[in-house]
Design a protein around this ligand. Structure first.
Ligand code: ADP
Ligand code: MG
Length: 700
């Protein structure tokens, strides 16, 4: 890094990266550690002591007094349990951090969700350092903590976290690709999955936030009539960023840069008070950890700026929700396999990968849908401004044409379609921006990567990315199987780019496309006709979390994860249980919170308004004034009817909360909301107990 860059950004200053490794470790140890990191291997125990010693000195030079194993439990957030370096030795205080402290931790894990994996008599969990994600420093106002990214598992070795399956899925894809690339005659190389996670979020003035128990407890507004001005004028998207927000963004980016996170793009989003931060893409596991830190930074920096950052998928009804576009690609030996090549051989690899992804997504759309299922995302998917709950692929017209030519090549092609032969024809140059005009697709090819747009703004990227890696590994393997079989049948040896090899590949890809092209949809995903058309094509459409999560219980899916060593049957089952329970708990918290707000805040306000109106009406009648009395009477009737409806709504929600049917709680909440939002327009502004949409959404 040049001095200029360093001074302007302080990039990576708080990360135990190459520079720190060189400065704080001996040459030999540094070399061993760097090889470990590159190859993604566990740390060599013989150097652990020196590495720990070096890391501690580096961390202490940055003001750290504590360390923690930093991990991703199944709660969906990050976890840390701090220990100080301080120890008493023969009564003398010393600072200590051993190799063992670095490599493993034993947090008491009994309060983390395990979905039945960890029995209560064996509450211990283990954290183990993941050297591919470097240690970093987390600062707070008067100190700092050394954080060691770790995987978290039970004493049986079963994973209790979101990182382990991701690492395993990357290994699975690496293995499949090594096989396939060997068939293509490529030298063995390292597979690098890449991720660029665009993060959408809302900001709200902290004073308003404090006055909204729904935002505080559930992350979204359970009530609130629409503001006269919302996003109709489309004046917020890409608009000039107000100074207050810009200074917040600057602080966030400075924090992220120090952590080695390449924050790149910032802009206003579609809804008022909605924004986006996009980093430059990185290696998948690192990018996934980094996205967790991005969310942390957004929250903590907002707090310092008198703001709150809302990461919920749908903080406000009636305006856009927030997603987290996962831009995913896969490189082999440093070359992006999803980059259309410049010669027939590279094209062949590109088309094979493209077909593999199409096949994978069609076969396992249910798993991709399950990977983004959450109570919050249910308000977004299919809600007309987010990708629909039907998983389909957008490839763009040009690539659709290429695929059609590929499918028809050789066989009886339509006269209008010029067939394309693998190994002979080159692809037309596909300009990146020509492929990305469609913003309504949940899974879009965008020039040299796929963009999975269904993930919600709070999701940990590892879930959807684990599924994507695994299903693509399977498709790649299947294609490799067929290629091998074709070669066994006789004409070409693996690796030789003979016509026979290309013919075999062409047949395999044609068959795959024929079987799976139904998942390609280049139209407008927001149109009402699409779900109907999708149903005709046999594409699954799981409208809510419980139905989406059912995919995790299917026999074939259990077998898939087991086959690729990503999750055992028990690990998958535990996740199904955990996610379902989390969903039910969240809906229940929302229902209870809605009941509380309605009965403790809204009802009393309406009652006072009713009383005041009744008094005014009675007084007017008493003094014999006729004007105004009819207005007061009508107002009184409306308010009275509102009070009655409120009472009924509260009772309905209470009844629903007694049972276990989440749909009843959700529908009771919806009807209570209608009543409350109507009353918001009837009660005087000064008396309304909650900040309104027009206040919260326009914070500058
Ligand atoms: P959009 O048009 O959706 O705003 P951009 O073109 O700005 O998207 O890129 C979005 C994200 O995709 C960025 O984080 C970028 O770094 C990432 N990206 C670009 N190339 C790749 C790749 N090969 N693999 C993964 N992510 C990538
Ligand atoms: Mg995008």
């Amino acid at each position: 890094m040049t001095e200029e860059t360093k001074n302007a950004t302080h990039f990576g200053e708080d990360v135990f990266g190459d520079e720190a490794i060189r400065t704080y470790l001996s040459k030999e140890t540094a070399k061993t550690l760097q090889a470990t990191i590159r190859e993604g291997k566990p740390l060599d125990p013989s150097i652990a002591g020196e590495v720990a010693h070096g890391i501690r000195h580096w961390a202490m030079d940055r003001g750290a007094t504590h360390y923690t194993h930093w991990f991703l439990p199944m709660t969906g957030s990050t976890a840390e349990k701090h220990d100080s370096f301080l120890e008493l030795k023969d009564g003398e205080p010393i600072m200590l951090f051993s190799g063992k402290n670095l490599i493993v931790g034993e947090p008491d894990a009994s309060s983390f969700p395990s979905g039945g994996i960890r029995s209560t008599f064996e509450a211990r969990g283990y954290t183990a350092w993941d050297p591919t994600s470097p240690a970093f420093i987390k600062r707070h106002s008067n100190g700092a903590t050394l954080c060691i990214p770790t995987a978290f598992c039970a004493y049986t070795g079963e994973s209790l976290d979101k990182k382990t399956p991701l690492l395993r899925s990357m290994q699975a894809l690496d293995k499949s690709l090594k096989r396939l690339m060997k068939l293509f005659g490529r030298d063995e190389a390292h597979t690098a999955c890449t991720l660029g996670a665009e993060q959408e979020y809302f900001l709200i003035d902290k004073d308003y936030w404090k006055k909204r128990p729904d935002l505080v407890l559930t992350g979204r507004t359970l009530f609130g009539a629409p503001s006269a001005k919302g996003q109709q004028l489309e004046d917020h998207y890409f608009g000039a960023i107000p100074d207050r927000i810009l200074s917040f963004m600057n602080d966030v980016e400075r924090e992220l840069w120090k952590l080695g996170i390449p924050a790149k793009t910032r802009h206003n989003e579609v809804a008022p008070a909605q924004f986006e931060l996009a980093p430059q893409f990185e290696e998948l596991n690192l990018a996934s950890d980094h996205n967790m830190l991005v969310m942390d930074a957004l929250r903590s920096v907002a707090d310092r700026h008198g703001l709150k950052c809302l990461l919920h998928e749908k903080p406000y009804a009636g305006v856009n929700g927030s997603g987290k576009h996962n831009n995913w690609s896969v490189a082999y030996g440093g070359k992006n396999l999803l980059d259309p090549g410049t010669n027939p051989d590279e094209n062949a690899v590109f088309l094979t990968m493209l077909c593999a992804v199409i096949e994978a997504v069609d076969k396992h759309a249910d798993l991709l849908r399950a990977s983004v299922a959450s109570a919050g995302n249910d308000h977004r998917l299919g809600a007309n401004e987010a990708p629909p709950a039907v998983i389909s692929i957008y490839v763009g017209d040009q690539l659709a044409d290429v695929l059609e030519r590929l499918e028809s090549g050789g066989a009886h092609s339509r006269a209008s379609v010029k067939p394309m032969k693998i190994g002979v024809d080159t692809l037309p140059v596909i300009p990146k921006d020509a492929t990305d005009r469609n913003r309504t697709s949940p899974f879009a090819f965008t020039g040299n990567k796929f963009e999975f747009r269904a993930p919600g703004s709070t999701v940990c990227c590892s879930g959807p990315m684990t599924v994507l890696n695994t299903i693509v590994a399977e498709a790649v393997d299947r294609i490799a199987d067929e290629l091998e079989a074709a070669n066994v049948a006789g004409k070409a040896k693996p690796g030789e780019h003979t016509a026979a090899f290309h013919n075999a590949l062409q047949k395999i890809l044609q068959a795959s496309l024929k079987a799976h092209k139904r998942v390609i949809f280049n139209g407008n995903g927001y149109e009402a006709e699409w779900p109907e058309e999708a149903a005709k094509r046999g594409l699954p459409n799981a409208p809510d979390t419980p139905s989406a999560l059912a995919a995790l219980t299917k026999k074939e899916n259990t077998a898939l994860f087991a086959k690729y060593g990503v999750m055992t049957a028990r690990e998958l089952k535990s996740r199904h249980e955990i996610f379902l329970e989390e969903y039910a708990k969240k809906v229940r918290i929302e229902g209870t919170c809605a009941r509380d707000i309605a009965s403790e805040m809204v009802f009393p306000a309406v009652k006072t308004e009713y009383l005041e109106t009744a008094e005014a009406f009675a007084k007017a009648e008493k003094v014999g004034v006729s004007s105004g009395t009819s207005a007061l009477r009508e107002n009184l009737v409306e308010l009275g009817a509102g009070l009655d409806a409120l009472r009924i709504g509260i009772q309905e929600i209470e009844q629903a909360l007694e049972g276990t049917d989440m749909t009843l709680i959700l529908s009771a909440m919806q009807s209570l909301r209608t009543t409350v939002d109507t009353l918001e327009k009837r009660v005087s502004n000064a008396r309304w107990p909650l900040p309104k949409y027009r206040d919260m959404l326009f914070l500058y």
